[in-house]
Each structure stands twice: as structure tokens, then as C-alpha cells.
Design a protein around this ligand. Sequence first.
Ligand SMILES: Nc1nc2c(c(=O)[nH]1)N[C@H]1C(S)=C(S)[C@@H](COP(=O)(O)OP(=O)(O)OC[C@H]3O[C@@H](n4cnc5c(=O)[nH]c(N)nc54)[C@H](O)[C@@H]3O)O[C@H]1N2
Ligand SMILES: Nc1nc2c(c(=O)[nH]1)N[C@H]1C(S)=C(S)[C@@H](COP(=O)(O)OP(=O)(O)OC[C@H]3O[C@@H](n4cnc5c(=O)[nH]c(N)nc54)[C@H](O)[C@@H]3O)O[C@H]1N2
Ligand SMILES: [Mo]
Length: 764
Amino acid sequence: MSDTVPTHLAHWGAFSPIVRDGADGVDGHADVTAVRPSTSDTAPSPLLGNLVGSLRHPLRIDRPYVRAGWLERGRGPDRRRGEDAFVSMSWDDVLDVLADELRGVYDTAGPDAVFGGSYGWSSAGRFHHAQSQVHRFLNTLGGYVRSVNTYSVGTSEVLLPHILGGGVEVLGALTSWQVLAEHTELMVCVGGLPAKNTAVAPGGVSRHRVSEHLRSMADRGVEFVIVGPDRADIPEELSARWLPVRPGTDTAFLLALAYVLVTERRYDAAFVRTHCTGFDRVVPYLTGKADGIAKNPAWAAALCGIDVAAITELARAMSTRRTMLTVTYALQRAEFGEQPVWAAVLVATLLGQIGLPGGGFGHGYGSMADNGLPAQTWSLPTLPQGTNPVTTAIPVARIADMLLNPGREYDYDGRRHRYPDIELIYWCGGNPFHHHQQLTKLREAWRRVNTIVVHEPYWTATARHADIVLPATVTLERDDIGASRADAVLTAMRRCADPYAEAWDDYAIFAELAARLGVAEAYTEDRTAEQWLRHLYEDWRQRTGNPDLPDFGAFWAAGSVTLPEPQPSVLFADFRRDPMAHPLRTPSGRIELYSATIASFDYEDCPGHPAWLAPAEWHGSPRAEWFPLVLLANNPATRLHSQLDFGPYSQASKVAGREPIRMHPADAASRGIVDGDLVRVYNDRGACLAGAVLDDDLLPGVVQLSTGAWFTPVPGTDPVLCTAGSVNVLTRDTGSSRLSQGCSGSRVLVEVARWSGPVPPAPS
Ligand SMILES: Nc1nc2c(c(=O)[nH]1)N[C@H]1C(S)=C(S)[C@@H](COP(=O)(O)OP(=O)(O)OC[C@H]3O[C@@H](n4cnc5c(=O)[nH]c(N)nc54)[C@H](O)[C@@H]3O)O[C@H]1N2
Ligand SMILES: Nc1nc2c(c(=O)[nH]1)N[C@H]1C(S)=C(S)[C@@H](COP(=O)(O)OP(=O)(O)OC[C@H]3O[C@@H](n4cnc5c(=O)[nH]c(N)nc54)[C@H](O)[C@@H]3O)O[C@H]1N2
Ligand SMILES: [Mo]
């Protein structure tokens, strides 16, 4: 069957679903029975398989629910939240109840008591984008406390503006893969180039192109080096050399590279003179003049486990060849996460190749499908969110601290801030009981507020921890416009099934609430969802200034619009050519190897230049005596975060009915664990069950368990035992530093043991 125009878009690909009514679906309703990837996608993602059976899955929320304790005793902190029963309610009644609740909170406590950060990826689609909808809605009521930055790159978003003059702007403008394929000779990948992660891009990806670019690099003989604890983090076809660094020690490794470049005079002195500041502050630290410790390869080898010769030779090789040095996002999603990123900028600056085609610094190649694709200049059709008069915001990963410590002061990017006192949380399109660290702490914090409202299509742990649960539709049940930065394509996402049971679109829910609260017009502007699509499209068409674009009717009939592909680009090319005419937006206009601004904050956990700081969660920590294995808590290969974990592709990866934990055969043997065993993974914060998979791609002493298994605590367990394998019962909820307060969930110390207790049922 021909399928040149796919009829739908997910964050992980363009596709046409096959939806069947009747016997194929649960209860005789329609469901997805197969998914045909877009024929123009030469490397479609197997994640599409998770959509099969997703419309009528037993985990769909069928109708509105209110938590029994909230109904009986009214609003207020409640320890039962998360363990209580739910009572179903009609839409009319639940909307009345919720409208009253919102009116009460806004009238008495004001918008500063409403947390609407609502972080989460929700689904593709520009109009029904859940976060945009909830933000627009809360703004019509008077605003809300927001969150800033992301779980993805929260540390770099704060660091990079200080040292490179831009955060997301820099990350979105990486030198294009095409340029690397033409010019790069050596690509050093700290954290690898995990193929699994290039399946997705926020908003969707209609063609997966990274593997094709990597193939042309390999064909041209580019040499790849992976610096990381897991050899599987780089595609085998690239025949990469593996330098198995211990997790959390990359900064030491990178500083030693810098040491070799400086002491062997292999650095680009001219570039350093004209394009950076702070060289004279960093050199005494590298040589040890500043603190008595030379950051030489012998020093680094003892920390990171890579031998002296390998470090020295790599530094030399990098200085003689066109070298791209890249670090994955995961490196900064950790305590002191600024340091490996800043140290990589240091090394790339010393090499003097920043701004040259194929050389320099990268951050996030292999972390996302769109990183390294030419930067799009077009703006996307976007639902206006109105204005938020509330100025209070928290760094996104500080949510539990905020809820536990109203009024307490904390540091962030050079300023003291104060946590607000939150009474009501409104979440739509995210799953904090998946994405946040140390879930028992989050649960404790979550129980302190008065009211929690969640819109969800599925009974996620977040929905189960809410007071008012409203069933939302999924994208296949509504029309939308699909578009993302990654693509030069706009896709007509077509509704192909009726909403499940009593599920409503987020937009319809907010519109009805707005009507009850007297702000219907401000929220809807008197448009139906269909009229909004038309409006957003036409508004976008006008903004592009491109007279050749079809009108909405023609776009919808054709199924897509394709724009010209942008030209490949080189990060910092203009700055390199003429740093006076094209200065960076840093205080000095140059790359800041030393930042006087950061130094002036006087944070012991983020000094004025990159430095080795020993984190709490690594093999050299005193905690390692109790919990000797370093667990990599990375993003999953078989789904997007927690989404559709019940889907067939994700379920096929489960072992003993739980999330698989990969471990080195030697670590398994010394614990009496064999392949396929049910194991308990634990530390002092919590425990989870997982299924053992033995794999010598991992460095001994390192285990790997992806995020996204649904938090399923066994009632009454303390510390909590999650039967599904949610890694965030183990991770530590602490800011990456006082500078950025980013998420630090990418790594944690644990112990693993065979599970010999009674086997709790696998989650269903
Ligand atoms: N330890 C550790 N923790 C991590 C990470 C890690 O590497 N390690 N990774 C972090 C990162 S990078 C990220 S980005 C976060 C991701 O965290 P999230 O973005 O919160 O995770 P998702 O599972 O994508 O959650 C999206 C939710 O939105 C719901 N949804 C989908 N469509 C709709 C819709 O139309 N309407 C409504 N109302 N809901 C919808 C889905 O059912 C799902 O429950 O996790 C972070 N957490
Ligand atoms: N299939 C799939 N793709 C995804 C996602 C998903 O959920 N599923 N999520 C998307 C999102 S929102 C984001 S932000 C990106 C995340 O992109 P990343 O943060 O880059 O992805 P991770 O898989 O968390 O980590 C990448 C690798 O870094 C390695 N690593 C961890 N700690 C260390 C360390 O201390 N040193 C070294 N050298 N290596 C280390 C891990 O082995 C890991 O596999 O992925 C995106 N892509
Ligand atoms: Mo992310």
C-alpha cells in the first residue's frame, strides 16, 4: 500500500495507523492493530510498535475520578494520597467541583499558590500540546508558579550562557552532521552516541537521519572513540575505540587531556589569545601550581580507570587531527554536572578548532534525533499562552524541595530565591512520578498540598497520586498539526478513532472550566478546536512570509507541507572568523574558560573554572562501601520515558516481568545471580525489582537500568519497594549545583541481590 503522506506523527516518528473496529479492540471498540511507518523514513523507530493496542488498553482512564479522601474530608494535606480509592463522577459534577476549587484558591491564596509548571513531553501536535493548554488556561485565571529549564539539559542551560553566551541556542545550532561527514577526522564521544536516543525529537521526527549520517562518516574513515562505562552507547558499525571511563569521572579524564595539551605545548596559542579568557587562571589549576595537585594523566588514571598512555595518546591524536569532542546530555544530569561540560569546552578551546568545519565542541550529538540537523529558521505554529503576571518560578527539578520547604531560601544562578507556598498543583501532559528523582521524597512532598489535579489518558503513578483525575484523549482521537524543529515538514495529524469511553480533549476540559469560571472567551476566543487549527495554520503561514504555501484547506487535503531544508551550518563559524565583529554573548565576548561571574557567586560546588569535584554518587564515595555498584539511570531504548510502557515493544524487553537491569557477568557471578533472575536493586532511599541481563558491554562495577517503568510501590513498604523497576525510587533528589539546580538523576550507587522473598505480582 502506498503511504507517501503519513497520517499521523508521534515524538518518535511519522506513521499511518491501522485502526480496526469491533472484535480487535477491547470491549468491541476500535484499536490500533498495526502501524505503518512513513515510507519516506528510511530508519523508522521500533517505538512505533508501542502504539498497538494503546487506544483501548485497560490502563486507559475511562471517566473522571475524585479521590475518596478528598471528597470526604475536603481539600488539605493527606498521607493517603497515592494509596486511596477513587470515586467516579460525571463530567458535569466534576467540572463544578473543580471550578469551585479553582475559584476558591485564586480568590483566597492567589495565583502564587498554584503550581502549573506541569513539566512533561505529552504528545506531538501543536494545538493540543498539553503544556501549552494548561499554561494558557491558568493564565486566563490570573497566572501560576512556573518552572524553568528542563530535566534534559537543566545544568547546561544555566552554565552555557555564562561561558559560551547561549544555552538552548547553542545546543540547537550544533555543527551539522553533513559537515562532520565531510570534515571530521576524529570524533571523541564522551557518553557515546547512543542510537536508541536518536529515535525521538520533541514534537516529532518524520525522517530519522542520524544513522545515515553516521554511516557516511564511517564510510569516509572517521575514527570514533567512545569514552564511557557502556560500550553499547555507540553503534557497533562505527568500530569505535572504547575507553571505559568510570561513571562520574569524565571531568578528571578531560582535565588530563587539557594538561597534556598545555604541558606538551600542543594547544593553539593564537586561538586561545584571541578567542577566550581565563587561560591564565586555568593553567595553574591544571599544573597543580594552584592547589598542589597536577591534573596529569597519572592523577586522572587513578580516578577514571583509563591508563596513562591512552589518555596521553588521545590528547596527542586530537591535537593533530580535525576533532569533534562531544558530550552527551547525561553527563550534566548529575551532581556537579557543569564540570564535564565546561572541561570539554576547555579541551576544545585548547585544540583551537571551535568554529572550524567538523571540529570543536558538541553537546548532545546522539542525545536526540534533531541534534546536529541544520538549525531551522522557521517558527512553528504555536498556541499563544497569554501572559503570566506571576514572577515566581523554580528550576524544574526543585519541585519536591519547593513543596517541602515553603518560604525557604535557595541559591540559583547567582541569586537567592524563596520557595512559594503551594496549595494547588495542576498537571497536564507530564509524569512527575516517573521523571523526578527519589520518588518517596516526592510522594512525601506531594502529600502536603491541598489539591492536585491531573489530566491523563492513562492510570500513571501521577494520576494515581492525584485528587481529581480527568481522562484525556490521545492524539489518534483528535485532529492536530504536527511539526517540530527537526523537520521541514508540517503534518496533518488525522483523528482516526472516537475518544475512549468518556475521555475529553484537554482543550475541551479547559474550555468547560473556563466557562464555569467566567473566562470562556479569553480562553477559547470563541473558536472550536477545528477553528483553532485553521487559525494557527493561517497565522503561521502569514508569519513565514512565504506566498507559495497552501492555505489550510489545501494543506489538510494534501496531508502535509514541506519547506525548503536549511543549509548545513558550523557552530561558532562567524565568531571564529571575526571575534570582534561577532562576539559571543558572554561578558568578555569570548569563550570563558574562567568565568568571573560564576566565581563571584562563590559556590563551592561550581567554582570559576572547570574543576574536579568528587560527587556523592560514584565508586570513590564513602557510600560505595554500602552500595558498591554505580547504576546508570539512562533514557530507555524501548519507549519514550514512561509513555506506553505497557505497549508490546516495551513489554517484550521485560525480564521476569520487570524492567531489565544489565550487569557485568563478573558482578552477577559474585552475587550468585544468573541471566533472567529476578533481583532486588536497592539503596537507603528505596528498592525495586528488576530482571537480570548479563552483558559484558558494561564496565565491571557498573549496572544499567533505564527510566520509565511505572512506579508501582508495594503498599506499606518502607523504604519503598517498586515491583516494576522504577529507577527513580533509587536516585538522589539534589540540585546539580547551587548554580544551575539541575536534575541529577543520571547516576546512583546501589547494591543488587537475588530476590528470594515472595514474588509480588508483576504490574499489570
Ligand atoms: N533518573 C532519571 N530520571 C529522569 C531521566 C533520566 O535520564 N534519569 N530523564 C529525564 C528527562 S531527560 C526527561 S525529559 C523526563 C521526562 O519526563 P516526562 O516528560 O514527564 O515523561 P513522559 O513519560 O513522557 O510523560 C508524559 C506524560 O504525558 C501523558 N500524555 C501524553 N499525551 C497527553 C495529552 O495529550 N494530554 C495529557 N493530559 N497527557 C498526555 C503521557 O501519558 C505521559 O504520562 O524524565 C527525566 N527523568
Ligand atoms: N528511545 C528514547 N530516546 C530518547 C528518550 C527516550 O526516553 N527514549 N528521551 C529523550 C530525551 S527527553 C532526552 S533529554 C535525551 C537524553 O539524552 P542523554 O542524556 O544523552 O541520554 P541517556 O540515555 O540518559 O544517556 C546517554 C548515555 O550516557 C552514558 N553515561 C551516563 N553517565 C555517564 C558518565 O558519568 N560518564 C560517561 N562517559 N557516560 C555516562 C550512559 O551510559 C547513557 O547511555 O534522549 C532522548 N531520546
Ligand atoms: Mo529529556
